[in-house]
Design a binder for this molecule. Structure first.
Ligand SMILES: [Cu+2]
Length: 574
């Protein structure tokens, strides 16, 4: 393709592949570029029989972590092996061990901390994994600080914590090595950490995608006096055995049972642009089933995929969403499906009372535009088998009010304009960035003053949706504005994309579109769709007793993108 003198070749290529994917060639062109090198040893997921093992749940397959002192947990990152499907050999996994030895973990996702909003926790993580990566985890040593060494760092995703408890590479770029212990203080402070579903996962610089893929992810459930987790509760929502986490992750397998992570077919490159599986795991088991009673349930859904954006539908029962990443909302919202990008969560009420005896399949569809994600189709997620009898009736109606919050922040100071760029796709130098600079290339340019409210405008120069995650804060989605990407790029683009700080408003091609109904509350991960600039608003506060400056990061939560520089530090200033 020709390129005008005012544009670098890199920028034109930046557009090329992603535009093809977005505007039609889609599946065909993606299939052609799907890495093939290791597929000879792949165990095709299509051959695995679906819905023959039960979903692991807390207390039966998912370990509810046991503290080793008052409000203190001590985890060890360790290697275990579990059979994730009866037709597969056992799979080696990396896991968080609470000291129990993990006999209660049945699958590849098996740990949950239950904490109380308002009560802080002290948590440690001790690296007891191999010193170097095993063969089934393909490191790209161009992206890591210390080559093939396994360097770990646990981040509490959604945590309102001091920088040195955050588990972020702006503070600890080298992470933690074998035998070393990371210590963290999780404030669980109110109102910033209300009852909600958080998760903790590895955040090793340049290796997050691999460490999470290997299993280092766990749930962190915050409760309060309303959201007790028991039934009955003051809110009038299901609890106990009728509240169930659904952590959805796609994977590929090798014939020997190990997880398969493809490598690039570009000479000299190991990293791939996105990891997509051909098998769906829920709570760490391949295509499981769950027996439910014909009554109301509460599901806490987390997209734990590396790169796949899910669009989920249950094909029957009414779905009511009551909250998302930043906790519960003020009212329930009726939804038809859930479009969840990696790290996004949905808190959902589902009433099976009209479906006794039914077998329902949770399905995943291709997300509708303007959401764009190059994932190949993977339609089936899990099965619900509805029994005919109810053992405990529980709530029979959706509550009209909830004890949570609608996002409503006012008086932002000057907005920050942040560009999302993809450079030289399908070439050796392929990488992504924010503001035209690599993660460690320049000091932070996002430096909010503690206590102020800021609008951050994510200007997507690529053809894909990027789920942008900001550490420390949750955000209100203000809206998304369509704009002329090519004209903005032609005016301001350079070899590494468009730099930050340039208002795209003069290039808008229509009015700002309001947030989706399911973006009602505060969110810690927001979809930045292609063809739009997305405006979010947050109050940049620090936990009680923590003095500015404090360093955090924000990044795309497609973890392949995060690992290849779609991440930047930010500093909360005095
Ligand atoms: Cu991304």
């Amino acid at each position: 393709m020709g390129s005008s003198p005012s544009l670098s070749g890199g920028i034109m290529k930046n557009i090329t592949r992603r535009r093809f994917l977005q505007y039609g060639l889609g599946a065909a062109s993606f299939a052609a570029s799907w890495p093939t090198i290791s597929r000879a040893h792949a165990a095709p997921g299509v051959n695995l029989t679906k819905y023959i093992e039960p979903l692991p749940i807390p207390g039966a397959g998912i370990v509810v972590a046991t503290p080793d002192g008052p409000n203190t947990y001590s985890f060890t990152q360790t290697e275990i092996s579990r059979q994730l499907h009866p037709q597969l050999p056992a799979t080696p996994l990396w896991a968080y061990d609470d000291g129990s030895g993990l006999s209660g973990q049945f699958g590849s996702f098996g740990m949950a901390v239950v904490a109380q909003s308002g009560t802080p926790l002290t948590v440690s993580y001790t690296h007891d994994l191999p010193a170097t990566y095993p063969d089934w985890i393909p490191v790209d040593t161009r992206l890591t600080q210390l080559g093939n060494e396994v360097r770990l760092m646990t981040h509490l995703h959604g945590g309102f914590v001091a920088a040195d408890s955050d588990g972020n590479p702006a503070v600890t770029p080298n992470g933690f090595g074998p035998g070393e212990t990371q210590r963290a203080f999780y404030t669980n402070q109110q109102p910033q950490m209300p009852a909600s579903l958080l998760w903790f996962h590895d955040h090793g610089l340049g290796a997050t995608r691999l460490n999470v893929f290997a299993g280092l992810a766990a749930a962190y459930v915050l409760r309060d006096e309303f959201d007790t987790g028991s039934e009955p509760n003051p809110i009038g929502i299901p609890g106990g055995a009728y509240e169930i986490p659904l952590v959805i992750q796609d994977r590929q397998f090798n014939l020997d049972g190990t997880f398969l992570y493809p490598t690039s077919d570009i000479e000299g490159v190991t990293w791939i642009g996105e990891y997509f599986g051909d098998v769906m795991l829920v709570n760490g088991k391949v295509w499981p089933f769950l027996e439910v009673e014909p009554r109301m349930y509460r599901f806490r859904i987390l997209n734990g995929c590396n790169a796949r954006i899910l669009s989920l539908d249950l094909g029957g029962p009414a779905l009511w969403q009551i909250g998302a990443e930043g906790g519960m909302w003020d009212i329930p919202v009726r939804v038809n499906d859930f479009v969840l990008a990696p790290a996004e969560r949905a808190d959902v009420l589902v009433d099976f009372s009209k479906f006794p005896g039914a077998r329902l399949v949770l399905k995943n569809h291709k997300p509708q535009r303007p959401v764009s994600n190059p994932a190949p189709a993977l339609e089936q997620v899990m099965q619900f088998r509805v029994a005919r009898a109810v053992s405990q009736p529980g709530p029979t109606s959706i509550p009209s009010n909830l004890p949570g919050r609608k996002a409503d922040l006012r008086s932002p100071v000057t907005p920050r304009y942040i560009t999302l760029n993809e450079i030289d796709p399908e070439e050796v130098e392929w990488f992504l960035n924010l503001n035209g600079v690599r993660f460690g290339e320049a000091p932070p340019t996002e430096t909010p003053k503690a206590g102020t409210v800021e609008d951050w405008v994510y200007i997507n120069m690529t053809g894909d949706t990027h789920p942008m995650h900001t550490h420390l804060v949750t955000s209100q989605v203000i809206g998304r504005t369509p704009f002329d990407v090519e004209a903005y790029e032609a005016a301001y683009g350079g070899p590494n994309g468009v730099p930050g700080g340039i208002d795209p408003t003069p290039f808008a091609t229509g009015p700002m579109q309001p947030p989706a109904p399911e973006e009602r509350g505060y969110k810690d991960t927001v979809k930045a769709n292609p063809g739009y600039f997305t405006t979010i608003r947050a109050r940049f506060e620090l936990p009680t007793g923590v003095a500015a400056p404090q360093n955090y990061v924000y990044h795309c939560h497609i973890v392949e993108h995060e690992d290849n520089d779609m991440m930047r530090p930010f500093t909360v200033m005095a």
